[in-house]
Each structure stands twice: as structure tokens, then as C-alpha cells.
Design a protein around this ligand. Sequence first.
Ligand SMILES: [Zn+2]
Length: 124
Amino acid sequence: MVFTGTNKLNRNYAGVAEINSGVIALNTSWMNRYNQQKRRAVIIHELGHTFGTKDLYNYPNGALRSLFKQQTIMGGNYATSIKSFDAKLAKWTLRKTRSMSQTEFRHYRSNAGLYYQQMLNGQL
Ligand SMILES: [Zn+2]
């Protein structure tokens, strides 16, 4: 797992995590604006993505989306303690995850668009 700070991310994101590459990139300008509690919350949210969990702040159902935004880390509530729902979501997602074959993995890792490749090439 690699954590990196960068000013080259889409400006709408505080951070991004690339699930299979293990790269978490934090948006430097957001991190500089945030206090320690919010920075921790962003890192925990991005770690959630490394377990395969998806963002819930854009969930299609409006009522659930609003609930997720207020009450879940993956909904972007900036919590730093992992509650039951987020833990169950991560466990559920991990059960749905399969391993890549070596061929898929090599193909994936050679993709120049990956944050992993951008980081290796000093572009992130
Ligand atoms: Zn996210």
C-alpha cells in the first residue's frame, strides 16, 4: 500500500484509492485545508475503498443516499470511528471479491492510466 500526496487529482476529490493497485492519493490542497480529524476521516474513507467498498454519497436511491451521507464513512460523513454498517459493508464486499489471475494482474499493472503507473513515473 502506498500513500501519496498530490496536487494532480481531479479537484473535486479529497483523495482517491485504486483498489487493486494499493495506491491512495490524497489531494494536497484539500488536506492542507482540513484539520487533523478530517484528514484522518479521508484516509479511513480511502482505506474503505481498498477493501472494495464503493462511495455511497452518490447512491441512486435518494432517501438511502441521504441516510448514507449522514451515517456512513463511505457516504462521506467524515467519521473516524468505524461503525457496524461500514464494517459489515467492507466484509460483505470482501466476500464478493475474487483474486485476479497472474495474467490479469500483469495486464492490469501495465496499464499506463493506473495511479500506480502514474506514481512510478512521477506523474502523481
Ligand atoms: Zn470515495
